[in-house]
Design a protein around this ligand. Structure first.
Ligand code: HPA
Length: 275
């Protein structure tokens, strides 16, 4: 068997043996968005370090815990802390948890991240629905031997972010009086923030926001035929669009300020999730 497939199977078996629910929705929590994980009821918590072939996340603001339990009455499995290419992981490692989720029979994925706003109305503090992405800067997580068990060699990427789930997110936001932005998320590898010229360039080809995560996981989820909802919390204007220097401290501070809204929105979305 393919080496990666063995690792995925071993990680999935370990998790299956340690949780008592069948999760329906997997959630990946980005920078400073971890608090949603603390809202999970009847939680079973597994440290990444105990899961075979799971790396540990090294980023400040990212815990390293997998939490199984219920949120708004639905069984979920949440990652408090994710893996990034800039930490030195290869893309198969960055996206391994998504394939583990697919192995566990999970069909839905919610991905969250902190992002820089490019489009005019995407200002710090805004929550935005990801409608599509630009993966030009992203080494493909599907490169190498195709894992046929999950999907085909050449996979369609027309609807990486489910329109049906996006509609539910918009309705949930409206019910809560949260103004939900939307846009195309452009991936950059990081860890350095982008240069102003990079932002002008990516804006010219249709980017509305920018960040260093999410796209690899979303591509792999689509390859597995999972349905994905993506939410970005805009923590800053992208490079060159404001006078401020970009800093991770600022990014996590804004994420913290918006924590309550983000948690409320995610819970409402899950309450309205398709059965
Ligand atoms: N660029 C990349 N990643 C980010 C940003 C940004 O401006 N803000 C938060 N994460």
């Amino acid at each position: 068997m393919n080496e990666e497939m063995i690792k995925i199977n071993e990680a999935a078996s370990y998790i299956r043996a340690h949780i008592t629910i069948q999760p329906e929705i997997a959630i990946i929590l980005g920078s400073g968005l971890g608090p949603l994980g603390d809202e999970i009821e009847n939680p079973t918590i597994i440290d990444y370090k105990d899961i075979p072939h799971f790396p540990v996340s090294t980023v400040v603001g990212h815990a390293g815990k997998l939490i199984a339990g219920t949120l708004s009455g639905r069984p979920v499995l949440a990652m408090q802390g994710r893996f990034h290419y800039y930490e030195g992981h290869e893309m198969n490692v960055v996206t391994r948890p998504v394939r583990v989720f697919a192995k566990l029979g999970i069909h839905y994925l919610i991905v969250t991240n902190a992002a820089g706003g490019i489009k005019e109305d995407l200002n710090p503090g805004t929550i935005a629905l990801i409608t599509d992405h630009l993966s030009y800067m992203c080494p493909s997580p599907l490169r190498g031997e195709n894992l046929d068990e999950f999907g085909p060699r050449f996979k369609d990427m027309t609807e990486v972010y489910s329109q049906a789930l996006g509609k539910i997110a918009k309705e949930a936001a409206q019910e809560l009086n949260i103004s939900l932005g939307e846009g195309v998320y452009a991936y950059f590898r990081g860890p350095q923030y982008e240069s102003p010229a990079e932002i002008r360039g990516i804006r010219a080809v249709g980017a509305d926001m920018v960040g260093m995560s999410t796209v690899p996981e979303a591509i792999v989820a689509r390859h597995c035929d999972m349905e994905t909802l993506g939410l970005s919390l805009i923590t800053n204007k992208a490079a060159g669009l404001s006078k401020e220097e970009l800093s991770h401290t600022e990014v996590t501070a804004i994420a913290k300020q918006q924590e309550t809204n983000m948690v409320a929105l995610a819970k409402r979305i899950i309450a309205k999730w398709p059965k």
